[in-house]
Design a protein around this ligand. Structure first.
Ligand code: TYD
Length: 195
């Protein structure tokens, strides 16, 4: 069973992933970009506000990181019968690079099918939050400003709407969770929607 967690920055998906993980025996918990030593090095380039990255170079780095992650970590865990909980996956590229940066969705899909060997999640939980709240939460975490946090509010609005469009197109895979309110309220909604 392969479950992915999606949402704009500050949607609280990572917290909910950790809570949901308690339901499973020996789950593999992982995240993108990153998830292997090499993919973590690619992550550092992607998130560094000092990196000069053309949008297409960004797409290829996410795909390179994802391929390494699938081959080295996700596929072996699934083959061993483990539940895999992954914080972001291909849908993040479709939402951020496709809807956010306006890169052609069909090309992104083709590249990501190649990168993942067409490995698709069984279920995807989308934590939906309005972009003002999401950005406020993400920036409130402190630390260095990351490359994506420097994007303006219109970018995050496109990403949010993109995620909702992806969810509407695949209702059998996606579960959309209202991510407003407290951590416990959102966890309650997850329990109700994903039994
Ligand atoms: P994430 O690790 O979820 O952020 P953090 O853990 O620091 O809260 O994701 C890092 C950023 O990368 C986030 O802004 C979303 C972006 N991203 C993409 O643009 N495309 C992708 O394919 C992925 C996986 C992430």
């Amino acid at each position: 069973m392969f479950i992915t967690f999606e949402g704009i920055d500050g949607s609280g998906k990572t917290t909910q992933l950790r809570r949901l993980a308690k339901r499973y025996h020996d789950p593999l918990i992982t995240k993108e970009p990153g998830g292997t030593p090499t993919a973590d090095r690619i992550r550092a380039i992607l998130l560094d506000a000092g990196s000069k990255l053309d949008p297409l170079a960004e797409v290829f780095l996410f795909a390179a990181s994802r391929h390494q992650h699938v081959v080295e970590v996700i596929r072996p865990a699934l083959d061993a019968g483990r539940v895999v909980l992954c914080d972001r996956y291909v849908d993040a590229t479709l939402a951020y690079q496709g809807f956010g940066r306006l890169i052609d969705l069909d090309r992104l899909r083709a590249l990501n099918d190649w990168a993942t060997g067409s490995l698709r999640p069984d279920k995807t939980l989308l934590f939906d939050i309005d972009e003002e709240t999401g950005l406020r939460r993400a920036r409130g975490r402190g630390g260095d400003e990351l490359r994506f946090e420097a994007e303006d509010i219109r970018f995050y609005r496109r990403v949010r709407e993109g995620y909702l469009a992806l969810a509407a197109a695949e209702p059998e895979r996606y579960i959309v969770i209202d991510a407003s309110g407290s951590e416990d309220e959102v966890a309650q909604r997850v329990s109700e929607a994903f039994a």
